[in-house]
Design a protein around this ligand. Structure first.
Ligand code: SAH
Length: 220
């Protein structure tokens, strides 16, 4: 599990992070573990400087390439759902800014994250270096096929909206594993929780959400 190196990058924003945590608690996030991590990850370093002053608002923000860093409430909700029990090895599809990845890295032993847009991977990698996060592995690829040679995964999180759950993600989910994924068309999606046990898969819907679409292929 990762700890965050906050020398010089985090201390001044602690009070604003505490306010964000308070707000997430009011909105119903109950996991102290998740709230603790949101209170310690410096979200402002995952956002371009011009917008960094808004980093601790509970809102999605643009990160370039038509993509967004997810709203903290949604990050907290998905992370709380994913870690309803300890999960050692996590696969994330849609690295984006890397913020959700850093939150996962604080709770899991190892995080594998896949992003189709190469420059986003590079920027996220620099942020992980600054935080001295060492338990994250990244890949520039189409996440629709998962990351076959590293699976099965104890949990899988998809941070872009899929029309249908990609078959490869079912295949790469361990027995006892949990997949959290927004499914639906561009306007509105359902956040699905899919559990796998010896008997097969079961599914529940958690909330209506709005994510950017899960696309195909890679981009330089
Ligand atoms: N968790 C990220 C959310 C980024 S938005 C954050 O908080 O910053 C969703 C991301 O999914 C975008 O960066 C987008 O490029 C990526 N994405 C979309 N389709 C993908 C695919 N097929 N494979 C991998 N990444 C994909």
């Amino acid at each position: 599990m990762a700890e965050f190196d906050l020398d010089g990058i985090g201390m001044t924003s602690q009070r604003t992070r505490d306010r964000l945590v308070k707000r997430l608690r009011e909105r119903g996030i109950a996991s102290e573990q998740v709230l603790g991590v949101i209170g310690s990850v410096p979200r402002h370093i995952f956002i371009d400087e011009a917008l960094a002053h808004r980093a601790y608002e509970d809102t999605a923000l643009p990160i370039g390439h038509n993509q967004t860093i997810s709203q903290p409430f949604i990050v907290a909700l998905m992370t709380q759902a994913l870690f309803n029990r300890p999960r050692a090895v996590v696969l994330e599809i849609g690295t984006g800014s890397g913020y959700q990845t850093a939150v996962l890295a604080a709770l899991a032993e190892k995080v594998y994250t896949v992003e189709r847009i190469a420059p986003l991977i590079e920027r996220a990698a620099a942020r992980f270096r600054a935080l001295k996060l060492r338990n994250v592995r990244m890949r520039n690829a189409d996440g629709n096929v998962g990351w076959a040679d590293q699976g099965p995964f104890d949990s899988i999180i998809v941070t872009a909206a899929a029309r249908h759950v990609p078959g490869a993600l079912y295949d790469q989910l361990a027995i006892g594993g949990r997949l959290v994924i927004p499914v639906g068309d561009e306007g509105l999606q359902e956040l699905l929780i899919i559990d796998r046990d010896d008997a097969g898969f079961s599914e529940q819907s958690l909330e209506h959400v709005r994510f950017v679409p899960l696309l195909r292929g890679t981009r330089n």
